[in-house]
Design a protein. Structure first.
Length: 729
């Protein structure tokens, strides 16, 4: 046996060490650190950083903090943790315990919160983190709504909310007695509870009640009398208070972290309503440290317990201005938010009912009845199970037909003509080997692109199509066949053109696509033609300025335009007021809300068509235009008879691509109008999103929407390409 050389031995040892390091280093690194996700910002985030640093110095364990945007927090947890890529521990409100248990994202707290330590916390907080008799997290801080009062604007005692309401008569028109996010069900719950109503009670939707109607009528009067401003967002509420245009603000205990030291204010409990006859009681949420299944380790549980310890609570109270969930904490008279998973489906119907009353002036009782219908539709029973045999037979038949077609195609390409005869067998071998090498070389060049398309396009499409045949994907998937498609195409038994139905949303989406595409092409073609003129001065500067709307991220542009369309403080209404035109409530009617979305998307979309037009006109031969001019053609005749026909072959694919983009546009619709009024401006993509993430997580139903959208776009694109080929031939 030949002796192994020392150099070869060293190489083998190094390779073995490298393999071991690659396999086990992530495990060792994960065990030596704790990954924590949170949605804090401002002072609360700084407090959490200080707590983590204190623990690192004490326990010699690295704590990796990751701040995730609140809007995407739940969805990122749901997609990351089951795949082993999520955190070891995350901080979130207790009311999502039911949802997280259904998705298997959390495990019992165990020794992170033993009975001896649980005695330190407030009983309400312990009950909040307990589900079916098991504690699933460590309570950190309680959050509820309070009243922030600007002492420079009002220093008197507030015995009831009406003390602030009466200030309306003595204040200037641009100064409001009270400001809060009136169209949010979370903030409205304080008024609802004052009238004796409930949003969700004993596991059932309870918003459609007479006390709810009375609370909506009361808030609507406050809006009409300009006691509260219209169309408020969190950013606008903060701006009004900081600029001295709001006497008082109804905000959470986290609001103090956003005020800073620029305003002399005081914090008081929510006052009672004399008209309602009861105190304003907000929802109480408990920020909780949850341990994930992948992070169920001793050091993670120890850190979770440390987050709720007295030393940590002192830091979070001092720096983050949080209300620690310990005994003696000031929790007021708030009502703990239910942690039932069905509660998640109650928010959207309630929000839309409130907006319908405050923005559209709808009858409270009609709006509440509509909210009941929307809630029942969101939590409707899943369709019955179906046999997978028909689907398997169809799939098998398709695979057989596909395999047969491939075999026939291979036979058609490979046979050698009968009259061909090679002189020597070596020539045949050489010919075959060279052809094989060429094929292998071509395959090697194409394989990266093919694998990328397979991983990023084909497999997700197959997974989405498969998911559309199931229900209860969040818990125990159950095959239901085409039931999701049947429910969508039959509008769930409602009128085919009722609000929220597939056909109504499809009609809105088609109108949206046609209107946008027409304006994109018209404006882009006009500007592209203008900027292609050699005699135009500063063409380069104009091109850069007009391309900027396309360069800015669409979600930033959408948020800017949404602020410009705000009724009371938006720039659009300010311009209209300068021409003695009354301010428009842009999102209270379909026509104006659709127009707001359209203006925003046209601003985003015309630069693309302009760039395509400029590129196409650059390739138009100048001698052809000169010949037309010599023949006496006017400028318009040269454009429509010469330039435009030459530009069409380049512009047509861009139009198809623009149609697909516009049909699938989500950011503008979701961020500008939010589907208002009453979901009528939602497109198919926005509707699919709502079914997946705001209506009891019906992922299979949303996947069926996505498959239908893909099928329509595929057919539409094929018809467009086919029609263009026929026209060219």
């Amino acid at each position: 046996m030949r002796q192994i050389e020392p150099s070869m031995m060293r190489v083998a040892c190094r390779a073995l060490f490298l393999v071991v390091a690659i396999v086990f280093l992530p495990v060792v690194a994960r065990a030596a650190s704790i990954s924590v996700w949170h949605a804090y910002r401002g002072d609360e985030e700084q407090a959490l950083i200080a707590v983590a640093q204190r623990y690192e110095a004490r326990a010699h364990v690295r704590v990796d903090l990751l701040a995730v945007p609140f809007e995407a927090y739940a969805s990122k947890l749901s997609s990351a943790i089951p795949n082993g890529h999520g955190p070891d521990l995350f901080i979130d409100a207790h009311e999502r315990i039911g949802v997280y248990l259904g998705e298997r994202l959390i495990v019992p707290a165990g020794d992170a919160l033993p009975d001896a330590d649980a005695a330190r916390f407030d009983d309400v907080a312990i009950r909040a983190v307990t589900f079916d008799g098991v504690r699933y997290g460590v309570p950190l801080a309680t959050k509820s709504l309070v009243l922030y009062v600007n002492n420079a604007l009002f220093s008197g005692k507030i015995e009831s909310l009406e003390d602030l309401v009466r200030l309306r008569a003595s204040l200037p028109s641009d100064l409001f007695p009270i400001a809060y996010e009136a169209t949010s069900a979370y903030y409205h719950a304080a008024f609802l509870h004052a009238f004796g109503g409930r949003l969700f009670d004993s596991g059932k939707f309870a918003f459609d009640s007479e006390p709810s109607a009375q609370a909506l009528e009361y808030v609507h009067r406050l809006s009409v009398d300009r006691v509260i401003p219209e169309e408020m967002s969190g950013a606008l509420v903060t701006r009004l208070f900081l600029s001295g245009h709001a006497v008082a603000v109804i905000g959470g205990t986290w609001f103090s972290a956003e005020i800073g030291n620029g305003v002399d204010y005081r914090v008081v409990p929510l006052p009672p309503l004399r008209e309602g006859g009861g105190p304003m009681r907000s929802f109480l949420t408990v920020d909780t440290a949850f341990v994930t299944p992948t992070g169920a380790r001793r050091e993670v549980r120890e850190f979770a317990g440390w987050l709720g310890a007295d030393e940590s609570a002192e830091i979070r109270t001092r720096i983050g201005k949080q209300v620690a969930a310990v005994k003696g904490g000031d929790m007021g008279d708030a009502i703990p938010m239910p942690s039932d998973r069905a509660m998640r489906a109650a928010w959207e119907p309630a929000n839309r009912a409130i907006a319908k009353v405050l923005r559209d002036g709808a009858s409270p009782r009609d709006a509440l009845a509509e909210s009941r219908r929307r809630y029942d539709e969101a939590v409707r029973p899943a369709p019955p199970s179906a046999s997978p045999t028909p689907a398997l037979v169809v799939i098998g038949a398709l695979l057989f037909v596909g395999a047969l077609a491939l075999v026939r195609r291979a036979k058609a390409q490979t046979p050698m003509p009968h009259h061909t005869k090679l002189d020597r067998p070596s020539e045949a071998k050489t010919s075959l080997s060279s052809a094989s090498r060429r094929k292998l070389l071509g395959l090697s060049y194409a394989s990266p692109a093919a694998l990328s398309i397979l991983a990023l396009v084909i497999l997700p499409l197959i997974a989405g199509a498969g998911a559309s045949l199931f229900t209860n994907l969040r818990d125990t998937p159950r095959y239901v066949g085409l039931a999701n498609y049947v429910a969508i195409l039959t509008a769930n038994g409602q009128s085919l053109l009722s609000h929220g139905s597939f056909y109504f949303t499809l009609l809105v989406t088609v109108i949206w696509t046609i209107a946008n595409l027409a304006l994109h092409v018209a404006i882009g073609l006009a500007l592209g033609t203008l900027l292609s003129r050699p005699s135009l001065r500063f063409r380069g500067a104009y091109r850069v300025l007009l391309i900027l709307p396309w360069a800015v991220p669409s979600y930033i542009t959408a948020l800017v335009w949404k602020g410009m369309f705000q009724r009371q403080f938006g720039a659009i209404n300010a311009i209209l007021s300068a021409f003695d035109i009354a301010p428009i409530s842009w999102f209270s009617r379909f026509s104006t809300a659709f127009t707001a979305n359209l203006i925003t998307n046209v601003w985003l979309g015309f630069p693309f068509m302009m760039v395509v037009t400029i590129g196409a006109l650059t390739a138009v031969p100048s001698d052809v235009l000169e010949a037309a001019e010599v023949d006496g053609a006017t400028r318009l005749q040269r454009f429509f008879r010469v330039s435009l026909p030459l530009v069409k072959p380049v512009l047509a694919p861009a139009i198809v691509l623009g149609a697909i983009w516009t049909f699938n546009m989500f950011n503008v619709v979701f961020l500008v109008s939010g589907g208002e009024p009453d979901g009528t401006t939602d497109t198919l993509v926005a509707e699919a999103y709502r079914w997946a993430f705001t209506r009891d997580a019906q992922y299979g139903y949303a996947a069926a929407y996505a498959v239908i959208i893909f099928a329509m776009l595929t057919v539409g694109s094929w018809i467009s390409v086919r029609g263009r080929r026929v026209a060219e031939s």
